[in-house]
Design a protein around this ligand. Structure first.
Ligand SMILES: Cc1cc2nc3c(=O)[nH]c(=O)nc-3n(C[C@H](O)[C@H](O)[C@H](O)COP(=O)(O)OP(=O)(O)OC[C@H]3O[C@@H](n4cnc5c(N)ncnc54)[C@H](O)[C@@H]3O)c2cc1C
Length: 411
């Protein structure tokens, strides 16, 4: 558990002398074995300080192991915010960046596109600084690095003034959501929906930036909706559904929905919430115009195979970026995520969904389950080879590799 950049350097030099492979880990919140160490594990959680806040230029320097929820609280106290976030904030900053973690919003990008620079310890023990001005090629590729290039100790990230969101959550017919999807994602700053399998319904979330003051639901109402309904009651339904799958379609119609809910709150409190029900997840990015066709195919596949799915399917979107291994590199992207309650066999469902999404040039989330290898992935990312060349240059001996990276990067 390094406490300083020098500790990271010392650990890597010790490992290379002993011929050990090294894996840096964040919160261990990936569904794949991307952060599984072969030999030496560097738990980065003690490198969690904010180093410098430059509010005037909207840039914050921060150690890489900080957990997103801690960073969000810190930024809020300084009147600042990350421009976008995913559904939860348990992840470390480096883990989120390294796997191309994203939220939703066509006018926003995934988290890694906010990186202005980083410091990285290489396999040789050398510390390099990377930005648009220094080590540009490593900067270009290292923003989404899968942990394969070196150990990142510090980031400079772009932040924005603190903002509030007006949140509107309501059920809609899924056919209506799909018919209007492109309109909904361009009319709202942040739009996403969850289709409830075995029903014609979707739960939608439309969040828009507002100058209105925060007017969050009361603590009791938050507890009832977010904890009792979304976590405890949903968890009970999942447990019963695991024991008696035939009951899942009936339960689906009872899936907790509070009807229409509207409130205003600070953005990070709207973006991310507590998730206590455990699950496995697969998520693919595809082009936005393919969402309707792809989701309809998944719906038919579930019926055709008579699968019983207790978890909603989540659909989000982001703008494009230029990061070689970002799931939205070069294209505005829609994301389709499927989930399975912990302990339930997900192979048939996920394999069938993957087969469908690959027809739409789908790219899997690096931190979520998928079955692809380097040969297949290389054709999905126009700059895959550019990343491989940087990796060959920085880590020719594979000090930072593990089984997952051998599969997706070829060694
Ligand atoms: C409940 C839940 C909800 C989620 N919601 C979302 C979501 O809304 N959107 C989304 O896109 N994803 C989501 N994810 C996926 C998650 O964001 C990613 O898997 C993320 O990588 C997890 O961060 P972590 O800190 O746990 O990283 P880890 O799993 O610990 O590590 C991931 C990768 O980062 C590398 N890494 C970590 N620290 C460093 C470092 N200092 N230097 C170099 N490499 C490093 C590791 O080596 C590994 O390759 C969710 C996951 C869970 C479990």
């Amino acid at each position: 558990m390094p406490k300083s950049e020098q500790d990271v350097v010392d650990a890597i030099l010790r490992a290379t002398q002993l011929g050990l492979r090294v894996k840096a880990i964040g919160s261990g919140h990936s569904f794949t074995a991307i952060s599984k160490p072969d030999e030496m594990m560097l738990d980065m959680s003690r490198l969690n300080a904010v180093i410098e806040v430059d509010a005037a230029h909207g840039v914050v320097r921060v150690q890489s192991g900080i957990v997103l929820s801690d960073l969000n609280e810190y930024l809020e106290k300084h009147g600042l915010s990350m421009p976008n976030l995913g559904d939860v904030a348990y992840q470390s900053l480096a883990g989120s960046m390294s796997t191309s973690t994203h939220g939703t919003g066509l006018s926003r990008t995934g988290l890694a596109a906010q990186i202005m620079g980083f410091r990285m310890v290489l396999a040789s023990g050398e510390v390099i600084v990377c930005s648009a001005d220094e080590n540009q090629e490593i900067f270009h590729c290292g923003r989404v690095s899968l942990g394969a290039l070196g150990v990142i100790t510090e980031y400079s990230i772009r932040v924005v003034p603190l903002f509030n969101l007006q949140a509107v959550e309501q059920p809609m017919r899924v056919s209506d959501v799909l018919a209007q999807f492109e309109q909904l994602i361009s009319d709202n700053d942040f739009f996403e929906f969850y289709w409830i399998p075995h029903t014609k319904w979707a739960l939608t979330k439309a969040n828009n930036v507002t100058s209105a003051p925060a007017d969050p639901p009361t603590r009791l109402s938050t507890w009832v909706h977010k904890m009792v309904l979304e976590n405890f009651a949903f968890g009970v339904l999942c447990r019963i559904g695991k024991a008696f799958p035939a009951m899942i379609p009936r339960f689906a119609t009872m899936l907790p929905s509070a009807g229409r809910v509207e409130f205003v709150n600070v953005s990070h409190r709207v973006f991310s919430s507590k998730r206590l029900v455990r699950f496995c997840e697969m998520e693919y990015s595809i082009s936005i115009d393919a969402v309707g066709k792809a989701l309809n195919e998944i719906m038919h596949m579930i019926d055709h195979r008579n699968l019983k799915i207790s978890f909603p399917i989540e659909v989000r979107c982001t703008g494009r970026d230029d990061i070689p291994l970002s799931t939205s590199t070069g294209r505005e992207s829609a994301y389709i995520a499927v989930h399975m309650y912990k302990g339930c066999d997900y192979d048939e469902y996920f394999t069938a969904v993957e087969e469908i999404l690959l027809k739409y040039e789908g790219r899997p989330h690096w931190g979520k389950i998928h079955y692809l290898d380097g040969t297949q992935l290389s054709s999905l990312y126009p700059e895959y080879q550019r990343f491989i060349e940087v990796r060959n240059q920085l880590d020719p001996e594979g000090v930072f590799t593990n089984d997952y990276l051998r599969r997706v990067l070829g060694r």
